[in-house]
Design a binder for this molecule. Structure first.
Ligand SMILES: Nc1ncnc2c1ncn2[C@@H]1O[C@H](COP(=O)(O)OP(=O)(O)O)[C@@H](O)[C@H]1O
Ligand SMILES: [Mg+2]
Length: 263
């Protein structure tokens, strides 16, 4: 595994990060950069620490070791207004989509606008409609979350995460629970938003098809290794990785015995 060269265009920099709960390590020595405008994928099997890494990156957990820079700022070192200002510049969509059930889709997208901007109601409604239009939900603005499909809920979740025009969007398993066709549609949307808006996406997933469809670069975490076992273009990892665990993941084969997988 090679170190990422320090680039001037990194919007996220993770250096030597260790995550521990009650002294027990989830992963150690995780280092990588996310570059402006790319779709960066965090992949790996269940329980390897993907969500934990994401939560560290958005400042929910302090690093046990190491450092995380978001848009040039050390997120764990920020407090108060400076911290809120940085958090305003990143959008997050959790696995569930987590829409407010009693509000329409438009109302859901207005929530962050009410919280964080002084926009009058009419302007908020216009922004909310524009965001829904960007994810293909212009006609569903007046519907309640219970009245839409799982795929539409994910799109609405992305629209809400984009309400404040964040330069970076973090998505945790966006295609979880979706059928393959809906999931492919969501992948296409993510690609399009990255291309058209220049938004940087950090996407957690273990869906091989999504990874290959949307990922410009990726890192792979591994539970047994308690850390990163691969980094780079997912298509190249699939075709060229010498690590049997990485190969098995990309070729949908049963993972090899870790004992025999020493580097
Ligand atoms: N808040 C927490 N407290 C204690 N252990 C946790 C916490 N969050 C996650 N873990 C543990 O960290 C490991 C990785 O979890 P997670 O990041 O959710 O994995 P993934 O998203 O890759 O499936 C698991 O063993 C999980 O039990
Ligand atoms: Mg997870």
């Amino acid at each position: 595994m090679t170190a990422v060269p320090a680039g001037g265009d990194a919007v996220v920099r993770v250096e030597n990060l260790a995550a521990r709960f009650g002294g027990r390590p989830v992963f150690e020595r995780v280092s990588f950069e996310v570059r402006r405008g790319e779709v960066f994928v965090i992949l790996g099997g269940s329980g390897c620490g993907k969500s934990t890494l994401l939560k560290h990156m958005i400042g929910l957990y302090p690093p046990a070791e190491g450092r995380i820079e978001i848009l040039g700022e050390d997120i764990a070192a920020l407090e108060g207004a400076a911290r809120r200002a940085l958090l305003r510049r990143i959008g997050v969509m959790w696995q569930s989509g987590a829409l407010f059930g009693s509000s329409t889709l438009e109302g859901n997208i207005e929530v962050p606008l009410e919280e964080h901007t002084g926009l009058p109601a009419e302007a908020r409604a216009l922004v909310a409609k524009a965001k829904l239009g960007m994810v293909g939900l212009a006609d569903a603005a007046g519907r309640l979350p219970a009245e839409i499909s799982g795929g539409m809920a994910k799109r609405a979740g992305i629209a809400r995460a984009m309400a404040l025009d964040p330069p970076i969007l973090f998505l945790d398993e966006p295609s979880a629970g979706l059928d393959p066709v809906t999931s492919a549609g969501l992948d296409a949307l993510i690609k399009q938003l990255a291309r058209d808006l220049g938004t940087t996406f950090v996407v957690v997933t273990h869906e091989l098809q999504s990874i290959l469809a949307i990922g410009d670069r990726c890192i792979m975490l591994d539970k047994a290794a308690r850390g990163m076992i691969a980094e780079g273009d997912p298509r190249r990892l699939r075709d060229e990785s010498a690590d049997p665990v990485v190969r098995a993941f990309f070729r949908r084969e049963a993972p090899p015995d870790r004992q025999g997988a020493a580097a």
